[in-house]
Write a protein that binds this ligand. Sequence first.
Ligand SMILES: C[S@@+](CC[C@H](N)C(=O)[O-])C[C@H]1O[C@@H](n2cnc3c(N)ncnc32)[C@H](O)[C@@H]1O
Length: 268
Amino acid sequence: MTRPSWAPEGIDLDRPSASRVYDFFVGGMHNFEIDRTLARQIEAFTPNVAETMRANRDLLRRCVRFLVDAGIHQFLDIGSGIPTVGNVHEVAQAVNPSARVVYVDIDPVAVAHSRAILDGNPAATVVHADICSPDAILSDPEVARLLDFDQPVAVLMLGVLHFVPDDADPAGCVARLRDVVAPGSYLAITHATADGQPDEVLEAQKLSGRTSTEIVLRGKPEIAEFFHGWTLLDPGLVHLPLWRPENPSDIGEHPERSGAYGGVARKD
Ligand SMILES: C[S@@+](CC[C@H](N)C(=O)[O-])C[C@H]1O[C@@H](n2cnc3c(N)ncnc32)[C@H](O)[C@@H]1O
């Protein structure tokens, strides 16, 4: 296939990517037929997958509003994805125009598209990096330019840690950031799970191995471990629609069918 103008040179057009599959599920335009094919195959095994991904995006918006209300004006959003409607900087800067946001993603399409939409926004930027290299993120000049680690920062890891296998030490990466951020900082995590899901979800998980970032489904206790050293805030680690819903439509009929958990914690 020919490379569309928005896709950077050098990307593998024959391999689906997690960020573009997610973009398809949340109604974005930056995906290829190979991504849509994989998305449909995943959906055949887990019909509520698109709903879970939209619930993730809705939680992101509620969470950012909550954090701005809590006085946070600096965001480090790791695994930020291809920008779609309601990105962190849009939600945060709508409430506090001086909010600063650094997006980080491993996917070149996500980075290129983020760079394009952030052009002309001096308070938001994007960095191409791996969550498994926290020191590379922390020492990036763009991170140093926008974020002051002597002040509280919100670290967002929404829908990303399930792409990190145990042998890459995801808990160690989270802990490294915990040790660097100032007291009063926050950590938000959403993470896919097989808890409460039909067995077919495991077939969908295997399909994710066609991308360069295979999904690792973790149970609630394992996901809760990522918050070690932080104080988990109410309502704790819950199915996505149950995290501080703002109206009944956020909850839907069967929140427990959401294939992911979410939680927000503070560093005391
Ligand atoms: C499901 S999307 C989530 C996007 C956004 N955070 C949200 O919740 O709406 C996951 C993103 O994580 C990125 N990702 C996967 N593995 C990563 C890694 N090791 N380091 C940084 N980003 C990663 C993918 O490229 C993708 O853009």
